[in-house]
Design a binder for this molecule. Structure first.
Ligand code: FAD
Length: 525
């Protein structure tokens, strides 16, 4: 029997592990395991788990349509495979690679068990465009430290592989196991509920998530996305989701499907390139970056590949150890959308209610928490956002937070480049309807004051039924004041950092120190 073990890669399209598992039409069994051993059992984010269960349900329906099912277990993966080995002769265990360090303990334990039980392991790279180890090997054994260097190295490695063929089910013998329970794991009868996998049903404040899971939904959504891309190409621009951010419409994003692998990054990349070729009669130059965002994703995966501390500041070799403040009260107000800055509060409340916010809003709230306003550590914000986001992704979330807080990836920080959430909000969503939707206390303010209600005279506040300081918080900081403070702190820190000789630097700063002190002309980009 060949086993296909779904972890991410929750799709039948572009799934080389699936093709491995059904080749030679051996007996075939597909399974998913809610892992209670290697994963943090308490870490069960509501939005992400709701989306995950929809993906598993869609996958199960796809398997039912060809005469089998997705077996969903909960427990220790080692116990599940050991049990299956007792009742079946297992030839192969096939899966798509999870390359981040957080999965290494689990996968090494399973590979060792397979060695002991004489089961062949087939691990396929398909969650990223390139194999991060190929990028690292081509860059002399360390990940490229800037995005530009990454693109240069990736181009030297070559184009990402094209998507794998669709599965041929003819002749495949399906194995089906009836639900059962032991004291070490459970095989569910079908797809479990949130409650069955330990996630509180509908916690307070969570409204309906707008991004629905499943490969079928993702591929339908991708068709709509491709039409938007074609319109953009014909109008002379690209990356429509970023070029023309829409904060009010249903998200046109596929990042949640990509984060669990219900949508193939390689299909995404190649379909957009083929479309560009069709519209422009020729391939785009590498620098044009029509799929730049998905390449940023691969860049962060390469950066995190050998760095188990990638999601933290302390002991993270590529991250500046910036002396951030600690202030639990300010952090709570940021998390709960109670900062007194309407655009920031709208973003955080949307995140808490729906598990989603547009990339532009993520930039704003992350900058506000770190070097823009509150001067708090990026990694506490990253941890909170990772828990709330429906597209939560360890490498991508951590990488973006380090990038926005200027803790890594770039050296020549122009400290004056900082988001003013009032001006940024006015530019991104001039009508104020985004704020009205998520900060209803302010709904009666006209455009003139809705982004900065503290400026409204008291009679306007009374007319809007919202007295600042009573019905809606006063600002927890004054942006113009803290910005000047933060810029001074950042400049002083980076100057002292560069002046401190290498042997006096904390060892964890080794990589980032080397990078920062490279002579400007030595960086090819
Ligand atoms: P598109 O423009 O359509 O991009 C296509 C795909 O590229 C996306 O679906 C996504 O997979 C990837 N992508 C897009 N932007 C980025 C980026 N800046 N970095 C890396 N990959 C990107 N994205 C996540 O998938 N999971 C996260 O946990 C996450 N946390 C973030 C935290 C912060 C503070 C910031 C600033 C960004 C974060 N992002 C994260 C990246 C980005 O915001 C989302 O991927 C984006 O909102 C998805 O929108 P889209 O699908 O319309 O992007």
């Amino acid at each position: 029997m060949n086993i296909l073990w779904f972890r991410r890669g929750l799709r039948l399209h572009d799934n080389p592990a699936l093709l491995s598992a059904i080749e030679n039409s051996k007996e075939f069994l597909a399974l998913y395991i809610f892992d209670t051993t290697f994963q943090d059992a308490g870490y069960k984010p509501y939005h992400m788990y709701g989306f995950l269960l929809e993906c598993l349900n869609d996958l199960n329906e796809s398997f039912q349509s060809v005469g089998t099912k997705l077996h969903i277990f909960q427990g220790c993966p080692l116990e599940v495979f050991r049990h299956l080995r007792q009742s079946h002769c297992i030839n192969k265990l096939c899966f798509i690679q999870d390359c981040e360090p957080i999965w290494h303990e689990r996968d090494n334990a399973v590979k060792n068990l397979c060695l002991e039980l004489d089961i062949e392991v087939y691990e396929h790279v398909a969650h990223t465009l390139w194999d991060p180890m190929d990028i690292i090997a081509s860059n002399g054994g360390t990940p490229p430290l800037t995005y530009e260097m990454f693109v240069h190295v990736a181009m030297s490695v070559g184009d990402p592989p094209k998507p794998a063929a669709d599965p041929e089910w003819k002749g495949v013998k399906f194995v089906s196991i009836e639900p059962f329970e032991t004291n070490r794991f459970t095989l569910f009868d079908g797809v479990p509920t949130l409650g069955a996998v330990g996630v509180p049903e509908n916690p307070v404040g969570c409204r309906n998530r707008k991004i629905i899971g499943g490969e079928t939904n993702a591929l339908k959504h991708f068709e709509i996305r491709l039409r938007a891309e074609e319109t953009a190409f014909r109008s002379g621009f690209y990356q429509p989701n970023q070029a023309r951010p829409d904060l009010l419409g249903p998200p046109l994003s596929l990042s949640a499907a990509i984060s669990v692998g219900a949508m193939s990054v390689r299909l995404f990349y190649w379909k957009i390139h083929e479309l560009f070729d069709k519209v422009n009669k020729g391939s785009p130059p590498a620098w044009l970056g029509i799929t730049g965002q998905i390449i940023w994703r691969d860049y962060f995966y390469a950066m995190s590949r050998m760095n188990p501390k990638f999601d933290k500041e302390v002991d993270n070799p590529i991250c500046l150890q910036i002396p951030w403040n600690e202030n639990e009260e300010l952090f709570e107000k940021w998390k709960n959308g109670q900062t007194g800055y309407p655009f920031i509060d709208a973003g955080m409340r949307q995140l808490n209610q729906e598990g989603w916010m547009h990339h532009s809003v993520r930039n704003a709230v992350a900058m506000f928490l770190t070097r823009g306003d509150l001067w708090l550590n990026w990694d506490i914000g990253a941890e909170y956002m990772a828990y709330q986001l429906v597209d939560s992704d360890w490498s991508v979330n951590s990488g973006n937070w380090m990038w926005v807080s200027s803790s890594a990836f770039e050296r020549l920080l122009d400290c004056s480049v900082c988001i003013n959430s009032v001006l940024y909000g006015k530019r991104l969503e001039p009508s104020g309807d985004y704020i009205r939707r998520y900060v209803p206390e302010l709904a009666n303010f006209e455009f003139e004051y809705i982004h900065e209600p503290w400026k409204a005279p008291i009679d306007i506040q009374r007319a809007a039924n919202c007295i600042i300081g009573k019905d809606y918080p006063t600002r927890i900081v004054i942006h113009e004041e803290v910005l000047t403070r933060n810029q001074t702190w950042m400049k002083d820190f980076r100057r002292k950092f560069k002046e401190t000789p290498a042997h006096c630097q904390p060892s964890s700063n080794s990589e980032v120190y080397k990078f920062f002190c490279l002579p400007d002309d030595s960086l090819p980009f």
